[in-house]
Design a protein around this ligand. Structure first.
Ligand code: BDP
Length: 331
């Protein structure tokens, strides 16, 4: 292949290259085989969401489009698979917005602390013109933003103590997603942030390399973090959603009608994903409580205040400022 890959990524890409993808694809009626990545296990709402997209695309293309979903990080961690998606080695990828933050400036917006008032507000924003603008930002960087999926609210969890206020965060070693925004957000709370891929969190918590992390209930449960960090404090500091992207290289090789089917199938998979999300949040919460997790609620105002300076740091130019203002004004 003629595109540049680092040695590490070249190795990671090997299984991907072994199977037929769009390579050699011609604009005739032949099969379109697409490979999609996700770090979550089979059955997780994001995995099932892309499977729904796959079913719709297959039906609407009379069997031509065949999307295979590789769950459980079979293709690697999000930062690596996103790089491979940009190069067309992987065709579709479901990740959080965070690993795109350093590449695509618009993608910091939906992760900003305490920006969305609630899930309904987030849906209105991300389903509308503002969401489209944020997704479109990815296109300049080799990625077509297909749709957003839910990720609920992220809260702090750790192995030391319940977090009631900022004093409990002081100096705590907290894993963050690989994004400068996320480093700044956790640093603003007085904690000591360590960026690492999601797949390393469990053993890092177990060995004490980190003491805490933050996520929604479904991830905390699905990645088994409740086994090694039993204090979950509902800070709900960010509603950073999930994004489904397609490689622009793969997309540009497709005939127009197939591109439309993919865009529409992604969009139409969202209601099913959301339905599964609501159910999964409840079952995950119940399961972790049954396993011994101690949940406590937190007064959010001090957290919101402490994190406010990241807006000045990451929302600098007029366009990004405009997006934040429009989101705040959205009813
Ligand atoms: C989860 C997202 C997943 C991220 C993970 C993380 O679903 O895409 O990889 O958080 O914190 O909520 O890395």
């Amino acid at each position: 292949m003629s595109f540049p890959l680092s040695r590490r990524n070249a190795l990671l890409a090997l299984p991907a290259l072994a199977a037929p993808t769009l390579i050699g694809f011609k604009a005739s009626a032949q099969a379109i085989n697409l490979r999609s990545a996700d770090i979550h296990p089979d059955g997780y709402p994001t995995v099932e969401g892309v499977k729904t997209m796959a079913r719709l695309a297959r039906e609407r293309s009379n069997g031509r489009i065949n999307i295979q979903v590789f769950h459980s990080r079979q293709l690697g961690e999000e930062k690596d698979t996103l790089e491979q998606t940009r190069f067309g080695v992987i065709d579709i990828n479901r990740t959080n917005f965070a690993p795109l933050n350093n590449l695509v400036p618009e993608t910091v917006i939906p992760g900003l602390p305490f920006l969305f008032r609630d899930e309904a507000h987030m849906h209105t924003v991300m389903d509308g013109a503002i969401g489209q603008e944020i997704l479109a930002g990815a296109e300049r960087h080799g990625l077509i933003g297909l749709c957003c999926y839910d990720s609920g609210a992220r809260s702090m969890y750790n192995r030391l103590r319940p977090i009631h206020g900022l004093a409990d965060m002081k100096g705590m070693k907290v894993r963050v997603q690989q994004s400068d925004l996320w480093l700044a957000m956790i640093r603003a709370l007085g904690a000591n942030p360590t960026p690492m891929p999601a797949g390393e969190i469990y053993s890092a918590l177990q060995t004490g390399v980190i003491e805490g992390a933050e996520n929604n209930y479904p991830t905390y449960q699905a990645q088994r973090h409740f086994e090694v960090a039993k204090f979950y404090s509902t800070t709900e500091h960010s509603m950073s959603p999930e994004i489904v992207v397609m490689s622009k290289r793969s997309y540009d090789r497709l005939p127009r009608d197939m591109q439309t089917i993919l865009r529409e199938s992604a969009r139409d998979s969202v209601p099913e994903m959301r339905r599964l999300w609501v159910a999964r949040t409840e079952t995950a919460r119940r399961e972790v409580v049954a396993a011994g997790t101690q949940i406590n609620s937190v007064e959010k105002a001090p957290f919101e205040q402490a994190m406010a300076p990241v807006y000045d740091q990451f929302v600098r130019d007029a366009r990004l400022k405009g997006l934040v203002q429009r989101i705040r004004e959205t009813a």
